[in-house]
Design a protein. Structure first.
Length: 256
Protein backbone atom coordinates (compact mmCIF):
# COMPACT_ATOMS: atom_id res chain seq x y z
CA UNK A 1 0.00 0.00 0.00
CA UNK A 2 1.43 3.39 -1.02
CA UNK A 3 0.31 6.99 -0.52
CA UNK A 4 2.08 10.23 -1.27
CA UNK A 5 3.50 10.43 2.23
CA UNK A 6 3.52 6.89 3.65
CA UNK A 7 3.81 3.30 2.53
CA UNK A 8 3.09 0.00 4.26
CA UNK A 9 4.98 -3.21 3.58
CA UNK A 10 6.50 -6.33 5.13
CA UNK A 11 10.23 -6.66 5.60
CA UNK A 12 13.18 -8.24 7.35
CA UNK A 13 15.51 -6.26 9.62
CA UNK A 14 18.99 -6.69 8.13
CA UNK A 15 20.99 -4.38 10.38
CA UNK A 16 20.94 -1.10 12.27
CA UNK A 17 23.40 1.43 13.59
CA UNK A 18 23.39 4.50 15.80
CA UNK A 19 22.05 7.64 14.15
CA UNK A 20 22.54 10.50 16.54
CA UNK A 21 22.03 10.21 20.28
CA UNK A 22 18.58 8.60 20.34
CA UNK A 23 17.82 7.28 16.84
CA UNK A 24 18.74 4.18 14.86
CA UNK A 25 19.31 3.92 11.11
CA UNK A 26 17.69 0.61 10.19
CA UNK A 27 18.29 -1.35 6.99
CA UNK A 28 15.01 -3.00 6.10
CA UNK A 29 14.67 -5.53 3.27
CA UNK A 30 11.10 -5.23 2.03
CA UNK A 31 9.02 -7.34 -0.32
CA UNK A 32 7.74 -4.44 -2.37
CA UNK A 33 10.46 -1.80 -2.29
CA UNK A 34 13.71 -3.72 -1.88
CA UNK A 35 16.37 -2.70 0.61
CA UNK A 36 15.38 0.53 2.33
CA UNK A 37 17.28 2.58 4.96
CA UNK A 38 14.85 4.13 7.47
CA UNK A 39 15.30 6.19 10.61
CA UNK A 40 13.69 4.76 13.75
CA UNK A 41 13.32 7.88 15.86
CA UNK A 42 14.03 7.59 19.60
CA UNK A 43 14.54 3.81 19.15
CA UNK A 44 17.45 3.89 21.63
CA UNK A 45 15.37 5.47 24.35
CA UNK A 46 13.99 3.39 27.26
CA UNK A 47 10.49 2.11 26.56
CA UNK A 48 10.69 3.09 22.88
CA UNK A 49 7.86 1.65 20.80
CA UNK A 50 10.49 0.49 18.30
CA UNK A 51 12.97 -1.19 20.68
CA UNK A 52 11.67 -4.74 20.15
CA UNK A 53 10.48 -4.32 16.56
CA UNK A 54 13.80 -3.31 15.03
CA UNK A 55 15.81 -6.21 16.48
CA UNK A 56 18.01 -7.94 13.92
CA UNK A 57 16.38 -10.61 11.72
CA UNK A 58 12.82 -9.73 12.76
CA UNK A 59 10.15 -10.08 10.11
CA UNK A 60 7.91 -7.04 10.48
CA UNK A 61 5.01 -5.14 9.02
CA UNK A 62 5.91 -1.47 8.86
CA UNK A 63 4.44 1.89 8.03
CA UNK A 64 7.11 4.21 6.64
CA UNK A 65 6.94 7.94 6.10
CA UNK A 66 8.70 9.44 3.15
CA UNK A 67 11.40 11.98 3.97
CA UNK A 68 13.40 14.46 1.96
CA UNK A 69 16.67 12.60 2.53
CA UNK A 70 15.78 9.53 4.59
CA UNK A 71 12.45 7.83 5.20
CA UNK A 72 11.32 7.33 8.79
CA UNK A 73 9.59 4.52 10.61
CA UNK A 74 6.05 5.29 11.77
CA UNK A 75 4.84 1.89 12.97
CA UNK A 76 6.51 -1.51 13.33
CA UNK A 77 4.61 -4.73 14.08
CA UNK A 78 6.52 -7.99 14.61
CA UNK A 79 5.34 -10.87 12.43
CA UNK A 80 8.11 -13.33 13.38
CA UNK A 81 10.99 -12.72 15.77
CA UNK A 82 12.78 -16.04 15.05
CA UNK A 83 13.39 -16.69 18.72
CA UNK A 84 14.96 -20.12 18.16
CA UNK A 85 17.65 -18.54 15.98
CA UNK A 86 18.34 -15.81 18.51
CA UNK A 87 18.64 -18.24 21.41
CA UNK A 88 21.30 -20.34 19.64
CA UNK A 89 24.66 -18.76 18.80
CA UNK A 90 25.34 -21.13 15.91
CA UNK A 91 22.00 -20.40 14.27
CA UNK A 92 22.33 -16.68 15.00
CA UNK A 93 25.74 -16.52 13.34
CA UNK A 94 24.31 -18.09 10.17
CA UNK A 95 21.32 -15.76 10.18
CA UNK A 96 23.49 -12.65 10.60
CA UNK A 97 25.85 -13.86 7.87
CA UNK A 98 22.86 -14.31 5.53
CA UNK A 99 21.57 -10.82 6.27
CA UNK A 100 24.99 -9.24 5.75
CA UNK A 101 25.26 -10.93 2.36
CA UNK A 102 22.00 -9.24 1.30
CA UNK A 103 23.28 -5.88 2.58
CA UNK A 104 26.43 -6.26 0.48
CA UNK A 105 24.99 -7.71 -2.71
CA UNK A 106 21.56 -6.10 -3.15
CA UNK A 107 21.21 -2.44 -4.16
CA UNK A 108 18.98 -0.05 -2.25
CA UNK A 109 15.38 0.41 -3.39
CA UNK A 110 15.51 -2.35 -5.98
CA UNK A 111 12.66 -4.84 -5.39
CA UNK A 112 13.87 -8.43 -5.56
CA UNK A 113 11.21 -10.98 -4.69
CA UNK A 114 13.53 -13.93 -5.38
CA UNK A 115 16.15 -12.84 -2.85
CA UNK A 116 13.53 -11.81 -0.30
CA UNK A 117 11.85 -15.21 -0.54
CA UNK A 118 15.23 -16.98 -0.45
CA UNK A 119 16.32 -15.12 2.69
CA UNK A 120 12.98 -15.69 4.40
CA UNK A 121 13.06 -19.40 3.54
CA UNK A 122 16.61 -19.71 4.83
CA UNK A 123 15.62 -18.05 8.11
CA UNK A 124 12.61 -20.35 8.38
CA UNK A 125 14.89 -23.36 7.87
CA UNK A 126 17.27 -22.08 10.55
CA UNK A 127 14.34 -21.48 12.90
CA UNK A 128 13.02 -25.03 12.43
CA UNK A 129 16.57 -26.44 12.19
CA UNK A 130 15.69 -28.11 8.91
CA UNK A 131 18.63 -29.04 6.63
CA UNK A 132 20.57 -26.07 7.95
CA UNK A 133 23.81 -26.54 6.04
CA UNK A 134 22.08 -27.34 2.74
CA UNK A 135 19.81 -24.34 3.23
CA UNK A 136 22.76 -22.00 3.73
CA UNK A 137 24.48 -23.31 0.60
CA UNK A 138 21.34 -22.94 -1.51
CA UNK A 139 20.68 -19.41 -0.24
CA UNK A 140 24.21 -18.28 -1.11
CA UNK A 141 24.03 -19.80 -4.60
CA UNK A 142 20.70 -18.09 -5.28
CA UNK A 143 22.14 -14.75 -4.14
CA UNK A 144 25.19 -15.16 -6.38
CA UNK A 145 22.96 -15.96 -9.35
CA UNK A 146 20.59 -13.01 -8.82
CA UNK A 147 23.58 -10.70 -8.38
CA UNK A 148 24.84 -11.70 -11.82
CA UNK A 149 28.13 -13.19 -10.64
CA UNK A 150 27.41 -16.91 -10.87
CA UNK A 151 30.70 -18.58 -11.94
CA UNK A 152 31.36 -20.92 -14.84
CA UNK A 153 31.88 -24.55 -13.88
CA UNK A 154 31.21 -26.41 -17.14
CA UNK A 155 34.00 -25.22 -19.40
CA UNK A 156 37.46 -23.70 -19.24
CA UNK A 157 37.14 -19.95 -18.74
CA UNK A 158 39.98 -19.39 -21.22
CA UNK A 159 39.50 -21.80 -24.15
CA UNK A 160 35.86 -22.88 -23.58
CA UNK A 161 36.72 -26.59 -23.66
CA UNK A 162 34.72 -28.92 -21.42
CA UNK A 163 36.40 -29.47 -18.06
CA UNK A 164 37.40 -32.97 -17.03
CA UNK A 165 35.61 -34.61 -14.11
CA UNK A 166 38.24 -34.21 -11.41
CA UNK A 167 39.36 -31.75 -8.73
CA UNK A 168 40.05 -28.27 -10.13
CA UNK A 169 41.37 -24.94 -8.88
CA UNK A 170 38.79 -22.15 -9.08
CA UNK A 171 39.99 -18.53 -9.35
CA UNK A 172 37.74 -15.76 -8.08
CA UNK A 173 39.42 -13.15 -10.30
CA UNK A 174 38.19 -14.83 -13.49
CA UNK A 175 35.04 -16.41 -12.06
CA UNK A 176 35.95 -19.87 -13.23
CA UNK A 177 38.50 -22.59 -13.89
CA UNK A 178 41.35 -23.08 -16.37
CA UNK A 179 41.70 -26.51 -17.97
CA UNK A 180 44.97 -28.42 -17.88
CA UNK A 181 46.06 -26.90 -21.21
CA UNK A 182 45.44 -23.35 -19.97
CA UNK A 183 46.70 -23.81 -16.45
CA UNK A 184 49.55 -21.29 -16.94
CA UNK A 185 47.60 -18.68 -18.90
CA UNK A 186 46.77 -16.60 -15.84
CA UNK A 187 49.93 -17.11 -13.83
CA UNK A 188 49.33 -13.96 -11.77
CA UNK A 189 46.09 -15.19 -10.18
CA UNK A 190 46.21 -15.78 -6.44
CA UNK A 191 42.58 -16.07 -5.22
CA UNK A 192 42.55 -19.79 -5.96
CA UNK A 193 40.70 -22.54 -4.11
CA UNK A 194 40.60 -26.23 -4.93
CA UNK A 195 37.08 -27.57 -5.50
CA UNK A 196 36.68 -31.33 -5.22
CA UNK A 197 35.18 -33.39 -8.03
CA UNK A 198 31.93 -34.17 -6.17
CA UNK A 199 31.45 -30.51 -5.26
CA UNK A 200 32.00 -29.48 -8.86
CA UNK A 201 29.44 -32.05 -9.95
CA UNK A 202 26.90 -30.42 -7.66
CA UNK A 203 27.79 -26.89 -8.83
CA UNK A 204 27.44 -27.97 -12.46
CA UNK A 205 24.02 -29.40 -11.65
CA UNK A 206 22.98 -26.05 -10.13
CA UNK A 207 24.40 -24.18 -13.14
CA UNK A 208 22.29 -26.32 -15.50
CA UNK A 209 19.19 -25.70 -13.36
CA UNK A 210 19.80 -21.94 -13.42
CA UNK A 211 20.30 -21.87 -17.17
CA UNK A 212 17.08 -23.81 -17.72
CA UNK A 213 15.08 -21.11 -15.85
CA UNK A 214 12.81 -23.86 -14.52
CA UNK A 215 11.45 -23.82 -10.94
CA UNK A 216 13.71 -25.82 -8.69
CA UNK A 217 13.14 -27.30 -5.26
CA UNK A 218 16.46 -27.89 -3.54
CA UNK A 219 16.38 -31.28 -1.84
CA UNK A 220 19.74 -32.74 -2.85
CA UNK A 221 21.62 -34.53 -0.07
CA UNK A 222 25.18 -33.30 0.44
CA UNK A 223 27.63 -35.22 2.62
CA UNK A 224 29.82 -33.44 5.17
CA UNK A 225 32.91 -33.48 2.96
CA UNK A 226 31.05 -31.82 0.10
CA UNK A 227 29.39 -29.30 2.42
CA UNK A 228 32.75 -28.28 3.90
CA UNK A 229 34.26 -27.96 0.44
CA UNK A 230 31.38 -25.84 -0.85
CA UNK A 231 31.49 -23.61 2.23
CA UNK A 232 35.21 -23.02 1.73
CA UNK A 233 34.68 -22.10 -1.93
CA UNK A 234 31.71 -19.82 -1.20
CA UNK A 235 33.51 -18.04 1.63
CA UNK A 236 36.45 -17.14 -0.62
CA UNK A 237 34.35 -16.23 -3.66
CA UNK A 238 31.78 -14.14 -1.79
CA UNK A 239 34.44 -12.24 0.15
CA UNK A 240 36.30 -11.48 -3.08
CA UNK A 241 33.14 -10.45 -4.93
CA UNK A 242 31.89 -8.27 -2.06
CA UNK A 243 35.30 -6.54 -2.05
CA UNK A 244 35.30 -6.42 1.73
CA UNK A 245 35.75 -8.64 4.76
CA UNK A 246 32.29 -9.22 6.17
CA UNK A 247 31.98 -8.59 9.90
CA UNK A 248 29.71 -11.57 10.52
CA UNK A 249 32.37 -14.02 9.32
CA UNK A 250 34.37 -13.59 12.55
CA UNK A 251 31.29 -14.46 14.60
CA UNK A 252 30.48 -17.34 12.25
CA UNK A 253 33.99 -18.79 12.70
CA UNK A 254 33.95 -18.26 16.45
CA UNK A 255 30.82 -20.29 17.19
CA UNK A 256 30.91 -22.95 14.45
Amino acid sequence: MVSNKTYVTEGLILNHRDFGETDLLVTLFTKSFGKVPVVARRAKMPNSKFSSGVQLLNKVKVSIGRGRNLDHLNECEIIDSFQTIKSNLTLLSKGLFSSELVVNFIQDRTPNFQVFNALEQNLNNLETQKNIDQSMIWFQLQLINVSGVFPEFMVCINCNENLKRKDHVFYSEIGGINCDNCINVNADLYHGVTILEDSLGFLRHIQRVIRSSKPYFFDKYLDDKTLNDLNKFLRIYLTYTAERQMKSIKFLDLVN
